[in-house]
Structure formats: structure tokens, C-alpha cells
Design a protein around this ligand. Sequence first.
Ligand SMILES: [Mg+2]
Length: 156
Amino acid sequence: MSEAEALVSDEQKPRPLNVFFDVDNTLIMWNGKLRNHTRDVFTALKDAGHTIYVWSGVGIRQWDMKRHDLDEFVTDYFIKPLEKHHEKLESLGVPMVPDFVIDDHKSVVDAFGGYHISDEAGPEDRELLDVLNMINVFALDEREPSDEPGGGIPVE
Ligand SMILES: [Mg+2]
């Protein structure tokens, strides 16, 4: 390989990720307000080629996203498994394994990988900006997202 070719191959392209956001106390806080920076982070994720899904343990939350004018960013909505996370994906109609989840419930993050977000957000909250940075790094990381066999199951 020539030096130039080596340089080109070193130029990493971000891997498109399926990013799953929880709703309650992740995007929408206890007072019904949207967490800071949600719209900017959704815009940045879409611009980077990632796909945004929204899921919740209590139902399909499209209305909530429409109310906050975010529905246009969301590719699909699902009901989130609250236990046996991987096993229940199929029966809940989730057609892929999430690459990166953002959730205030640690069990979901432990199951799929992602960011365990605080369930409280002050007026200066910047946690979603940290999420964006972490996703950007993760998307450039050449390592497989999961060590378990079949972790990178291709989607039809
Ligand atoms: Mg939650």
C-alpha cells in the first residue's frame, strides 16, 4: 500500500447507527418540558447519517414527539422491552438491535450499550451534547459495538 492509500484508508467514515431514545426523564422531563438541546442533537444525528428511533415502556410516543415538533426526525416508534431486553425485541416488533440507546434506566443501557442519562435536568443541562459527542466517537470506532456473537446482526 502506498503512503497515499494508507492516508485514505485512515480517513474514517462514521458508521451509520440506529440510535434509540427513551422518552420519560430522558427527552421529556417530569414537568413535561423537553430536555435542553434535544432538537440540535436530533438535527446533528440526522446530518451525520444516523437513524433516530424513539421507544418507551409505556407505549408509542409519536404524539409526544409531535407536540414538541420532533416527529420529523424520528424514523419509527416502538414499545421498549423492560426486561429480557434482547429476547423481547422481536415480539415487540423491533426489527433491529439498537446500536446505541439513551435511557435513564440503567438496565436498558447495560443490555444494548449507550448512555445512561440522568433522570433530572437542571436549567443548564448539557447532557444530550455529551451524548452527541459519545455517538460521534462511537460511530468512528472501528471496533465492533458488541463482543457477543451475532452482535452485529444485519438488517434485511
Ligand atoms: Mg425513562
